[in-house]
Ligand binder design. Structure first.
Ligand SMILES: Nc1nc2c(ncn2[C@@H]2O[C@H](COP(=O)(O)OP(=O)(O)OP(=O)(O)O)[C@@H](O)[C@H]2O)c(=O)[nH]1
Ligand SMILES: [Zn+2]
Length: 376
């Protein structure tokens, strides 16, 4: 790759670490080019390559080998793709480089599966409005998902202009989000942007989560200095040569940072995330470790550190209540997943014989398909 060509990739976050991951990938990918997924459609992706933007599909071999939805590329992913010399330019994705962080939605339906809402975020801005909607228990739920993702959470208290007594909100957040940075902003009054510059550095990827109405869209537009509005008006050719409006879910901010705004981020719910839960309530977990009995239920046992902290006021009863509530919810989700897995295994073993007959035929077809795209 020449200096100039990699500039596009660098702008979208390509660095030494990704280069190492690329070099560690299989030999088969030696001729493929790195690219980042900036938008996802039902059967196609928009990727940024060293030569600019193009549409891409996964190879037949990729599709055949994928075990779950979570294996497929998602917005934010770095992929290895063959760039086809066609007009309009197209690409075939051969592999996804190992994710550094991911917001995963576990689908505990009749067939357990997962969906990647966004990948490779460096920071997650959790937004909370400083008005009547302020809900610290909601923040605790968002933190579970944030910690689980592997990205660093940052709390943004929005609508600072609507509030006279910031200290109350700050104190509540500091108790509920130990060790998480907190910043107050007002997009309307252009306040607090300087503090965010520490995160909005070139090549860093930021996603914004928070409930409806807290001001996420306003915040995004403010950070983008209305560039979002401008870019969506650019019309481009799609795969069929028609002109369509540019659609991106990962875009460059004027600061050089990348902002991720996928539909799923906005509808974030609590999903199976044991580790995230433990980290979000790390203060309570530390107390639990001090209880005299290892199987302490904190219901009046002797030497219970949790009860002692609740009585002294060191531990807020609302926070403890949410700790128990989310624990129950996660246990329920885990049970659902186990049941669904068992059902799937049962189904699979009955279908196994029928499937193996067609599979051998299909795998030949897919390998031919793979060879096709490599030759082009
Ligand atoms: N006073 C004040 N109002 C704000 C601020 N930011 C957003 N708002 C208002 O809050 C309302 C909701 O803002 P949005 O940006 O649409 O909120 P959202 O989180 O994107 O909402 P959804 O699209 O439903 O997810 C709008 O009326 C905004 O004008 C702010 O900093 N100060
Ligand atoms: Zn206890």
């Amino acid at each position: 790759m020449t200096e100039q060509l990699t500039d596009f990739l660098k702008a979208f976050g390509w660095d030494e670490q990704w280069n190492d991951k690329r070099n560690a990938a299989s030999d088969k990918l030696r001729d493929a080019s790195p690219a980042r997924v900036v938008a996802q459609y039902s059967h196609a992706y928009k990727i940024i390559t060293m030569g600019g933007e193009r549409l891409a599909n996964v190879s037949g071999r990729f599709e055949f080998q994928a075990e779950s939805k979570g294996d497929f590329p998602a917005v934010g992913d770095w992929v290895m793709a063959d760039l086809l010399d066609e007009s309009p330019p197209r690409a075939v994705i051969q592999a996804v480089l190992p994710r550094q962080s991911a917001m995963v939605r576990k689908l505990a339906g009749s067939v357990p599966d997962e969906q990647i809402i966004g990948a490779n975020m460096d920071y997650l801005f959790i937004t909370l409005a400083m008005n009547g909607d302020f809900n610290i228990r909601k923040l605790e739920r968002y933190l579970i998902s944030a910690w689980e993702s592997g990205a660093m959470p940052v709390v943004l208290l929005t609508k600072a202009d609507l509030c006279d007594d910031h200290s109350r909100y700050l104190a509540e957040v500091e108790d509920a989000a130990p060790g998480v940075p907190v910043h107050m902003v007002s997009a309307l009054e252009n306040q607090g942007k300087e503090a965010l510059m520490a995160y909005l550095k070139p090549g860093k990827t930021v996603a914004v989560i928070g409930s409806s109405g807290v001001g996420k869209s306003t915040l995004l537009n403010w950070l983008a200095m209305d560039h979002v509005q401008l870019t969506s008006d650019i019309r481009e050719s799609d795969a069929r040569g028609r002109h369509t409006t540019t659609h991106r879910e990962l875009f460059l901010l004027p600061t050089g940072a990348l902002l991720m705004d996928t539909p799923g981020m906005r509808e974030l719910q609590l999903w199976d995330s044991q580790e995230g839960w433990e980290q979000a309530f790390s203060d309570i977990e530390a107390l639990v470790a001090q209880c005299r009995y290892r199987d302490c239920k904190h219901e009046g046992e002797a030497g219970c550190a949790v009860r002692a902290a609740l009585q002294s006021g060191e531990l807020d009863t609302g926070r403890y209540g949410n700790y128990k509530k989310t624990e129950r919810e996660l246990a329920r989700l885990a049970r659902k997943e186990t049941t669904a897995m068992r059902q799937r295994d049962k189904k699979q073993s009955t279908l196994k014989n029928a499937r193996s007959r067609t599979a051998s035929r299909r795998s030949v077809e897919n390998w031919e398909d793979f060879g096709e795209s490599k030759r082009k």
